[in-house]
Design a protein around this ligand. Structure first.
Ligand SMILES: Nc1ncnc2c1ncn2[C@@H]1O[C@H](COP(=O)(O)OP(=O)(O)OP(=O)(O)O)[C@@H](O)[C@H]1O
Length: 775
């Protein structure tokens, strides 16, 4: 029995709250209708100049976003109320704020993110913050179905949980395969993180199930609320480890009414690229090292070639020589002009063409500079053009200083061991070999991997983005729009209804063309740009964000950190993760080591200590594995106890897949979601065996536990949770993972209700606590 009373309140109170909640929904409906009306008005505004057009876009977007927020607030609009001491009255807390009738008084509903709502989450009997009672209001649709009260005047410490009854009932619900928001039951230690200052890098370390992901997403919503203007403009980026994970969390921010957030996996951070290729963990680790910056720099320098001896090109029957020293000089001049390879290239080209033109003129027996037979400027220009357009000259220039895309640079580098060797002085042959990748062909497509993305982006920074083609296209589009606009004006001019003979009078009469230039008209006809900030940010690789949230941040390589920090120059970041769950070789063992190269000591740490997912009985087993990792981290304290005790079975090698399938099919026949977590070598067999019993089995990156039982390797299950988990072959998980203990820790802590461990042979020693039944 908790020391803080938490009782179901009888009906009369329910009726009162129903009345209040019904009134709140009426206000919500009114606000939504108003927003819709304003949206309609704004969308039909004539935009007479670019500024008005921008204003129209912004107004349409603003009311559109409000409509989305009002829709999102519909489910569970009001989460509860706090009753203030000294008869300060009740303050209702909800998903959004709704004004009252009198602006001098309390709002009808205060947004959960507003400072006034804070006591709802953090007041305790020991620190009541002027509150005498906290009431959780549960609704189904628009009907109030349950109230849970906590009296805060006892002065007793209590369980340390806020709204324990509401929390426990939320945690006991079956999982749907999608994460939901926790606005109703945010706990005090989580609230502290959510409302922490936006400035600087905040690292949130916490064991499995401590709500790191939930907290990170609510923090994103909080920051958007608190710094709306800045963040709405610059946008907020949430980075997760895998597309599966992103799908799992995708509903949370929209349910909080926020649409301006870009959710992205690391493999999707380069616009236009969806990098999902696979490679060995060792290769990913090498690609993730910071030394790759030097490798890329050397690879680019290696593409600026000085030939061994003189090269000749033939123009109009004359052999023109380009000596190595000419190339060296041209290179030096180009590098002085611009440090970026592609942007420096035009300078290199000009120098080489100048040199060849001069030699051409000399060979023609004339002196370009002075004296008898002086070539005039036009002659020189003609010779220059001839040189620069000559195919032989062009191909020589492409060989000596090619235009490079990041994709071409990396493809050529990885495919050529000699280039790799040249760019990696001091590396071992084994590490060099890890970078090797055959040139893609239809037979070997070799798609880009997530570890390639930071390299491509880094290379783009060094090469310089040659946007001349893009600008030319934009110019052409604009010219076309102008042309169309001019035609429209001409038609208007030609079809004037006044038929005037007097030329003088004609000059006095204004036509559409007099009032409006073709440029204005083209601007007016520009389409509404209603893309959200997130959509615009996703399409623009130079976009920098107002805040970046990184989830499962322990997995990120140093190169990935470099990329993220570049996208967030203000270093306003929230970094959540658990260094005991690091699965990738390139990932973090300690936060300070990871962050120092990018932000020095300018980061602060918050810890989450309570596990809301894993029942205590399961966590005890997982805690032994955590101890064996040697990280020295304390296991989180589980909120829930008394669930189904975890079970283990030794199946024998031959019987493993069939028994896994049988157990998983049985669990999947019940309520909630089911996952089988296996070492990679068992994946195919287990999928086949389970598929025979459950054709809806899911596996791989697209696996969705809301559609059927899933079979995943531990890395794919990171950040996810399931009602029932079967861990198959724990020794295999230990042996096959590059950080096997961490992988096993991740696998064991995915269960919200039931855990079954099936082992082909004796259980690994770290699982001694599970005394297996031999079948
Ligand atoms: N205050 C809360 N109220 C209700 N549910 C909560 C609360 N905090 C966390 N949860 C639930 O606990 C579960 C675990 O949360 P979450 O996935 O955010 O943990 P995590 O720390 O990111 O875990 P992992 O390290 O395993 O990725 C989720 O179902 C989440 O909704």
């Amino acid at each position: 029995m908790p020391a803080t009373p938490s009782d179901v309140v009888p009906d009369p109170e329910l009726a009162c709250e129903q009345e209040y909640v019904t009134d709140l929904y009426a206000r919500l409906d009114a606000a939504r209708e108003l927003a819709e009306r304003r949206w309609r008005q704004a969308i039909s505004w004539p935009a007479v100049d670019p500024q008005a057009l921008q204003e129209r876009d912004a107004t349409v977007r603003f009311h559109g976003e409000r409509m989305v927020a009002f829709d999102a607030a519909e489910a569970g609009l009001c989460v509860g109320r706090i009753d203030r001491a000294d008869d300060g009255g009740a303050l209702y807390v909800g998903r959004i704020g709704l004004p009252g009738d009198d602006s001098a008084q309390d709002p009808a509903l205060v947004d959960w993110r507003a400072p006034a709502a804070r006591p709802f989450y953090v007041a305790t009997p020991v620190h009541p913050l002027g509150i005498v009672r906290r009431r959780h209001i549960r609704t189904r649709g628009r009907t109030v179905v349950r109230l849970d009260d906590e009296v805060l005047t006892t002065g007793l410490a209590g369980s340390g949980l806020t709204g324990e009854a509401a929390l426990l009932s939320a945690l006991d619900a079956s999982r749907t395969g999608r994460m939901t928001d926790i606005v109703r039951t945010i706990q005090a230690e989580q609230d502290r993180v959510i409302r922490s200052d936006a400035a600087g890098v905040l690292v949130v370390q916490g064991g499995p199930g401590t709500g790191k992901t939930a907290v990170a997403l609510h923090r994103a919503a909080y920051l958007l609320y608190t710094h709306r203007e800045r963040l709405a403009r610059r946008g907020l980026l949430v980075v997760g480890p895998t597309p599966t994970f992103l799908r799992y969390i995708a509903d949370v921010l929209p349910s909080l009414g926020e649409t301006g957030v870009l959710l992205s996996g690391l493999g999707q951070l380069r616009p236009g690229l969806d990098a999902r290729g696979e490679e060995s963990p060792e290769t990913a680790a090498v690609k993730g090292r910071l030394e790759m910056v030097d490798v890329l720099r050397a690879a680019i320098a290696g593409r600026q070639v000085v030939p061994d001896g003189p090269r000749e090109v033939e123009i109009d029957g004359f052999a023109l020589r380009l000596r190595p020293v000419d190339v060296t000089r041209a290179q030096a001049a180009a590098r002085r002009a611009d440090p970026l390879h592609n942007l420096a290239r035009p300078f290199f080209v000009r120098r080489v063409v100048d040199t060849l033109t001069k030699r051409y003129a000399d060979r023609l027996g004339r002196d370009v500079q002075a004296g008898a037979g002086l070539l005039d400027r036009e002659d020189v220009a003609a010779l220059r053009r001839e040189v620069s357009e000559d195919p032989g000259v062009r191909s020589l220039l492409a060989e000596l200083w090619p235009v490079l895309t990041p994709e071409r640079l990396l493809t050529d580098l990885f495919a050529d061991p000699a280039r790799v060797a040249e760019a990696t002085p001091g590396w071992s042959d084994a590490d060099r070999a890890l970078l090797h990748r055959p040139r893609p062909s239809p037979a070997h497509p070799a798609p880009w991997t997530p570890a390639d993305v930071p390299l491509l982006e880094e290379a783009e920074e060094m090469l310089g983005f040659d946007d001349s083609a893009q600008r030319a296209r934009a110019d052409r589009d604009r010219q076309r729009a102008l042309h169309r606009a001019q035609e429209t004006l001409d038609v208007l001019h030609g079809s004037r209804s006044v038929d005037l003979e007097d030329e003088h009078l004609e000059a006095e009469v204004l036509s559409a063309g007099d009032l409006l230039s073709a440029e204005d008209l083209a601007d007016r006809q520009r389409e509404l740009d209603l893309r959200t900030t997130a959509e615009r940010a996703a399409a623009d690789r130079t976009w920098t964000f107002g805040h970046v949230v990184v989830d499962e941040a322990q997995e990120l390589s140093p190169m990935a950190w470099r990329l993220l920090v570049r996208r967030c120059p203000t270093r306003s970041m929230t970094v959540v993760g658990d260094v005991a769950q690091t699965g990738s070789l390139a990932g973090a063992e300690r936060w300070d080591a990871v962050l120092r190269p990018h932000v020095g000591d300018a980061w602060r740490l918050e810890e989450l200590t309570v596990n809301y997912r894993t029942p205590a009985e399961v966590m005890e087993v997982a805690a032994d594995v955590l101890a064996a990792t040697g990280t020295g981290l304390t296991p989180p304290r589980s909120v829930r106890t008394g669930g189904t005790p975890p079970v283990a079975e030794v199946t024998g090698e031959a019987g493993l897949a069939a028994r896994v399938a049988e157990v998983a099919a049985d669990l999947a026949g019940g309520e909630g979601t089911t996952a089988v977590l296996v070492p990679p070598s068992r994946l195919a067999d287990v999928v086949a065996a389970l598929g025979a019993l459950r054709p809806d089995v899911q596996s791989g990156p697209g696996a969705d536990s809301s559609l059927g039982p899933v079979v995943l390797v531990p890395g794919e299950a990171k950040g996810l949770e399931f009602d029932s988990v079967v861990v198959a072959d724990p020794q295999g998980v230990l042996d096959e993972g590059v950080r096997g203990l961490n992988d096993l820790y991740v696998a064991l802590t995915r269960a919200t209700q039931r855990l079954t461990v099936l082992s082909p042979g004796p259980l690994p020693a770290v699982l001694d606590r599970l005394a297996p039944a031999v079948v």
